[in-house]
Design a protein around this ligand. Structure first.
Ligand code: 48F
Length: 255
């Protein structure tokens, strides 16, 4: 019995990973923008996987604000809550609140159920970069990297890569530095996030979401980090709309 349990897990996981070695879209990070983008792409029939550093897809959703596990959303994003079947409070001053655990679990379920795969405990440590284009991601087990073990990674080819890795836009910064390329930003590099200004931050995250290099897109707080825009704290409508916007753009590119 024990041997059979182990065999079944090994076989099924290997099938999943092997089938994900050539993707339409590889997404770095399972925060709100990455999950919503994955959900839309999978619904459109694209082969998509999210690689999430932690064991816990959902990124910054779970903790609400200062561990008060409610998040705020504005009217423009309510259709996403409705589509996902997430409940929310009555509208007051143009804002609703939703239970962060319900939001995180619903978005994870929707993405996976639509056909996106989430590999948790896996960090994207680099990208494949050929002829001035990002053509995939380089992955390793997060504990291997945390322990500083000298273990070579595996590679996943993808027609598009999305950096949805959150605040510091580390991965995009690393790519620009290592590949010695200019990003499609005002300075040609990662500008770095500004302090809190909720309204401006929310507008900017949608505006900034998009292609930053051939083959590479940014969304969510990574987009604001790359373009040097404000943060917004526990209001999430911008993250939702950012994920939807990059999904639309990638669908156009992928055809
Ligand atoms: O930061 P995060 O939640 O992404 P987001 O879509 O949303 C931001 C909001 O949660 C919040 C906010 C309010 O609107 O400002 O902060 O921008 O989630 C990013 C996820 O990416 C993972 C990280 O563990 C987190 O779950 N991640 C980051 N770098 C990597 C990564 C990497 N190199 N490889 C894999 N996962």
């Amino acid at each position: 019995m024990e041997k059979t349990i182990a065999k079944r897990i090994l076989r099924r996981f290997s099938e999943k990973l092997e089938d994900s070695l050539e993707l339409d879209v590889a997404i770095v990070g399972a925060g709100p923008s990455g999950l919503i983008c994955a959900w839309d792409l999978a619904r459109a029939g694209k082969k998509v996987a999210i690689f999430e550093r932690t064991l816990k897809p959902g990124g910054g959703i779970w903790g609400g604000a200062m561990l008060f596990n409610e998040i705020v959303l504005q009217e423009e994003a309510l259709h996403v809550l409705d589509e996902a079947g997430i409940r929310y409070s009555a509208m007051e001053d143009g804002l609703v609140t939703a239970d962060s655990v319900e939001v995180a679990s619903a978005l994870i379920y929707r993405a996976v159920h639509a056909g996106a795969r989430i590999f948790n405990g896996v960090t994207v440590e680099d990208v494949i970069f050929k002829e001035d284009r990002v053509t995939g991601v380089v992955i390793n087990w997060s504990p291997v990297l945390d322990e500083g073990l000298h273990v070579d990674p595996l590679m996943v080819e993808a027609r598009c890569v999305l950096d949805a890795g959150g605040h510091d836009a580390h991965l995009t910064e690393r790519i620009a530095k290592k590949a010695g390329v200019k990003l499609e930003t005002a300075t040609g590099g990662v500008i770095g996030e500004k302090p809190m200004w909720a309204v401006k931050g929310e507008e900017a995250t949608v505006e900034n979401s998009g292609r930053i290099l051939p083959g590479l897109y940014v969304s969510g707080m990574a987009a604001n980090g790359v373009h040097g825009s404000f943060r917004m704290g526990p209001i999430f409508g911008g993250m939702f709309l950012s994920g939807k916007k990059v999904a639309r753009q990638m669908l156009e590119e992928l055809g």
